[in-house]
Design a protein around this ligand. Sequence first.
Ligand SMILES: N[C@@H](CCC(=O)N[C@@H](CS)C(=O)NCC(=O)O)C(=O)O
Length: 285
Amino acid sequence: MTVITLISTNKCFGGLQKIFSHQSKELDCEMKFAIFLPDGAPAADAKLPVLYWLSGLTCNETNFIQKSGFQRYAAEHGLIVVCPDTSPRGVNLPGEDDSWDFGSGAGFYVDASKDPWSKHYKMFSYVTQELIDVINNNFPTAVDRQSIAGHSMGGHGALICALKNPGLYRSVSAFAPICNPTKCPWGVKAFGGYFGEGEKEEWRNWDASELVAGYNGPPLELYVDQGAEDSFLKDGQLLPHNLVEACKAAQVPCVLNMREGYDHSYFYVASFIGEHLAYHARHLK
Ligand SMILES: N[C@@H](CCC(=O)N[C@@H](CS)C(=O)NCC(=O)O)C(=O)O
């Protein structure tokens, strides 16, 4: 069983916000994750539902827990919330720290197939398999009641984790996701690096707006939130309407909440995180 090491613990809204490290087999490096455990002194055999949160470019396991204020709502709904880091760390690949939108802090929640990234950059397998096992082996989770959400790069990560693993998550939601990475500058750079510039067929296997067409599983609604004043929306990085169109064509239900006046920041995430946690809590009952 994986050994996890406690790094910090803080009481918050009656629960405990903790950070742990562990050695990841998938990524072949030490990783950190944050976990919120709602209080309540639950019965010894009580099992709680879990929400996985995936953060965006430049983030690590701390941004969401410090800036979104989600703990108030997780405590209210009795949800465990797990937030991993956004990439492998300190694996010494050439150029891994050179830019903020590729390499460390920018793992894109894919399994890289191109050398040298393929040795460590396996965030998809880490999030959808190894991390779930680590959490289920160490915390009082209800293993059949988990959902996933995220922001920006992590919003897209949440969408592909759900679309590529039918039935694994009860619900999925995304704030300002990169909806169609094969068609935006961030995605083209990341997929070119992680899969190879000529591997366009492989790119499609990791793009939510492409994956909806092949989704074949239990009914799944894509619950998407977007600030109308988000500068990355205006720059063509997020392309939510491409996802909506793809969902229409594939008859996959998709909700797009446009939020007038809001930007891309955690001020925006904090404004609507309560709605998203209530949404997931309803699916996790
Ligand atoms: N560094 C980028 C911005 C990157 C960015 O906005 N990252 C978002 C996710 S895509 C974030 O959550 N940043 C961390 C934070 O706000 O705490 C820039 O300066 O343009």
